[in-house]
Design a binder for this molecule. Sequence first.
Ligand SMILES: NC(=O)c1ccc[n+]([C@@H]2O[C@H](COP(=O)([O-])OP(=O)(O)OC[C@H]3O[C@@H](n4cnc5c(N)ncnc54)[C@H](OP(=O)(O)O)[C@@H]3O)[C@@H](O)[C@H]2O)c1
Length: 343
Amino acid sequence: MSSAPHVAIVGVTGAVGQEFLRVLEQRNFPIGKLTLLASARSAGKTVDFKGTTYTVKELTEDSFGDVDLALFSAGGSISKKYAPIASDAGATVVDNSSAFRMIDSVPLVVPEVNPEAVEGIELGKGGIIANPNCSTIIMLVPVTPIHRRAGVKRMVVSTYQAASGAGAAAMAELELQTSEVLAGKEPTCDIFPRQYAFNLFSHNSDIIPEHGYNEEEYKMVCETHKIWKNSDVKITATCVRVPVMRAHAESINLELEQPLDADEARQLLSEAAGVRVVDDRVGNNFPTPLEASNEDDVLVGRIRNDISREGTKVTGLDLFVCGDQVRKGAALNAVQIAELLVK
Ligand SMILES: NC(=O)c1ccc[n+]([C@@H]2O[C@H](COP(=O)([O-])OP(=O)(O)OC[C@H]3O[C@@H](n4cnc5c(N)ncnc54)[C@H](OP(=O)(O)O)[C@@H]3O)[C@@H](O)[C@H]2O)c1
């Protein structure tokens, strides 16, 4: 395609939709025409982008006439219905929901990890590409370079996930609850069924009856297998919501096929795309969600040999990572995917 693409954002009024606008502007993504879509509730609202005021339109089956790139972030059921309609109309879809991630023919892409997965897809010629789950992306950006060097045999991850991962309404509720609790009032629990402020709880996604993992945990397992094209890697995850406004944290333990110690891993990570090492043992300064917020890079620290493993060679590592999941976990990753398609 020769001219700048017609870009549509589906779910532009949401947490990810708003971040899309910031990322597209900051990265100066080429845009010939911009269409902003949300539900009927938002139709008529105005949004400023690069000095121009746009009016949000209601998403309908006719929204994608001459759209080349459709960035979807309006939830799984909207994607399931409208992404195929957009693709049939000729728009290339990058979808943030989980609706298409595990379909074999749909590429599941982290540009630092598997950019080759989008080969053959042309902007403006239809097709759906899935953005992985935010916790999966934040884990794989730093772990993949280690996997490529030393082979991950088994991975144990525990997450500390922010309110923003559950959307704009969850962020507003955390803020409201915090002031209510401080004022000695009963907290409003509309988004989550329990108090979130000054508390933490197991991730709010459904529990899968067969094994008791919740959907977020199971996504981290299945999506990693798909992205790495390797189902032999053993992965277990525990996902927890913490009362942080923005950016997820993860504690990651790796068992490796080949020896790799903490110093070698730190050096490797300091050269890895999309990663910033924050690993100051003397100053006890390591990644925090606040420092990771609004950052493109995933921050990684607490890089240390796992002393529970036996043997003279180091084949176990611990890491602590923080990444902005609205940004690298969603909007930025999707725009980076789109950049792979812009010739
Ligand atoms: N938040 C994250 O960190 C994150 C990370 C990765 C992936 N995701 C995924 O991205 C998607 C959006 O997440 P979010 O956090 O941005 O949610 P959000 O803040 O709740 O925003 C939802 C967006 O979807 C729109 N929407 C809802 N119903 C619609 C309808 N019937 N037709 C058209 N638009 C509709 C909303 O429009 P109105 O304002 O008009 O209601 C709003 O723009 C979800 O699939 C989520 O799983 C989110």
